[in-house]
Design a protein around this ligand. Sequence first.
Ligand code: LLP
Length: 426
Amino acid sequence: MTAFATHRSDGVMLDQVAAIYGTPCYVYSQAALVERYQAFERALAGADARICFAVKANGNLGVLGVLADLGSGFDIVSVGELERVITAGGKPHKVVFSGVGKRRDELERALEVGVGCFNVESESELERLDRLAIDRGVRAPVSIRVNPDVDARTHPYIATGLRENKFGVDIERAEALYRRAATLNGIMITGVDCHIGSQLTELSPFADATERVIALIDRLAIEGIAIQHLDIGGGLGVCYEDEAPPSIADYVEVVRSAVADRDLKLVFEPGRVIAANAGVLLTHVDTLKPAATTDARSFAVVDAAINDLIRPALYDAWHAIDRVGQAGSNAVRASWDVVGPICETGDCLGTDRDLTLAEGDLLAVHSAGAYGAAMASNYNSRPRAPEIMLADGAMFEVRARESIADLMRGEKRLPPPDLGRFDRGC
Ligand code: LLP
């Protein structure tokens, strides 16, 4: 069904994973991650380029480690992500640091380890970074994230390239900021950066953005400001249901051909397209409430919920859901709403799914390798699910299931009250 299914070559069946680690449980395929990363490498053959995996899509150390071993760089947005990259074996000089609000301590740590580039999003950030770099006696490598004002035609929550979005510097104002940056002793201008949104399924917004950024680079060159790299951000979409996003090869080609014979290094920040279809969320059917018993809809209550995978609730996102293994003789075919046990009507992983189900069945929620575990929470005091990586026919627990003690770690009651202060009732 999805890319993940083609990697049953991992040799381990999903039902074995569920039997050993329980559900809900995330399962990743190393082979699928490698294949996606290498598709970028192939498309970029012969070009001066860096692939910086967007850690926000999946920051698990196992996932980052697989990519670090392949030589990947990383796009980070916090010091937490930076420490994950370093712990996983990523190289700081291959890191680009994005984000609209970087704290002083985060900038300091990034200067200390020597990240490859700061994607600066405002004048105030530029001045702060300059002062911190001068204090350390270094020059901070900088790209300015420009907002090219193109419509990514994606979900409004994940569109970032329009003038009204909070991200980046208006492309019209960017020139003045580059002129300012060129005067600062703590700043070394290296690139121009943009990121217009996520889950893009057409090439034209990327082509428009690249064209506008290159026009800026050409204008800067006339002013004597030399740009060495163009960072086009992330955003290439994947197939969740019936979308037909461009291939990695076609996407890369749009950028490469726009750059033409300019001497520019290319930086890409893909997240979803590398990880989404390299992961599934496994869940067991706990309780069936067929329409006959509810007089309304047929509900399959499963043990995964929106705390594990929030995308359907937050973005109205569609994830394929299928049963793992054969249907039992007592299974009921219906159009099921697959819902979790959380006390919210929006706790739904998928509506109207034509499935033949019995209580106890194992389901796989597909395309869950990006923005799945990374966005999980403990809502309803639910321990976060374990993450398992399938690699070369073996399973590796790359994150253990949280325990009840983990849930309360760091919390405390107040000291015992002064008994006289409260009427304690009976
Ligand atoms: N670079 C920057 C600066 C970004 O903000 C993002 C994603 C990426 C790269 C990676 O984009 P990707 O290749 O994954 O599309 N939680 C949402 C997606 C939010 C994306 C935010 N920025 C979701 O589940 O759909």
